[in-house]
Structure formats: C-alpha cells, structure tokens
Unconditional design. Sequence first.
Length: 137
Amino acid sequence: MRVDPDYVEEDEILRPYSELEQDNSYYVSGVAIYPEFRNNKIGQRLMQRAEFFARIEKLDSVSLIVFEQNTGAKKLYERLGYQVIGSRGIVPHPLIHHTGEALLMAKEIKSGGWLLDPLELNYSGFLVDGGDSHEAV
C-alpha cells in the first residue's frame, strides 16, 4: 500500500479507515474464518502468507484494521507480533456491527534470509539463498 498524504476521504463513514493506513505496507483487508474452523491455526497461517507476500514485494510491514471489540482477532494478531499503531472512532452505520474503536495494527517485516511460502506443504526441493532472490531447486 502506498499512502497519498494529500488525499482526504470525503465520506465521513469511510474517513476513519482511510486515516488508518501504513505506508509501504502489505494491507490485509479482511480475515474471516467460520467459527467451527477457528483455533486450528488457520488465521495464523493466513497471516504468515500475507507476510510472505510482503517480503516478495519488499514492503516494510503488514498492516490491518481490527475492531477493538473483536478481542479474539486482536489477541491473535498480538501473538503474531502485531502492534496497535493507531486508532479511530467507528462512525455508526447499519452495515458496521461494532462500536468503539477501529485499530490499525502492523508488524514490521524483516528483509533478507530465507523465503519460504508457509502454505507450501508438499515442498520437495530445498532452498538456495541467492542474496536478494530465493529460489527453489
């Protein structure tokens, strides 16, 4: 995500979310898991996947917005190393089922090292560290 510092959102409902943006970040716009599949590390693996793509794109961080009332999701992101770096009050709207604050959470992505897709379960090769590029052979 590249943030335009001169842009001002005119819609009062969307404005708080447009103010919660992290420049040079891989922005996760939503994560949803059916209740019966929660607590199976699916959310963790999806976030690792986002971090993988952030590294490929050479971005500084992964960011997302979570509602303060969504304590389960917030705890997951905190366990994964995400920190709250901003917040805005939620503007009431019939399609928004939360009140309170929207929280911008971000995690710095370290560059370099091995690059392995976390969802590559049947990977049979090995990785060669080629400096800035990482190739499977």
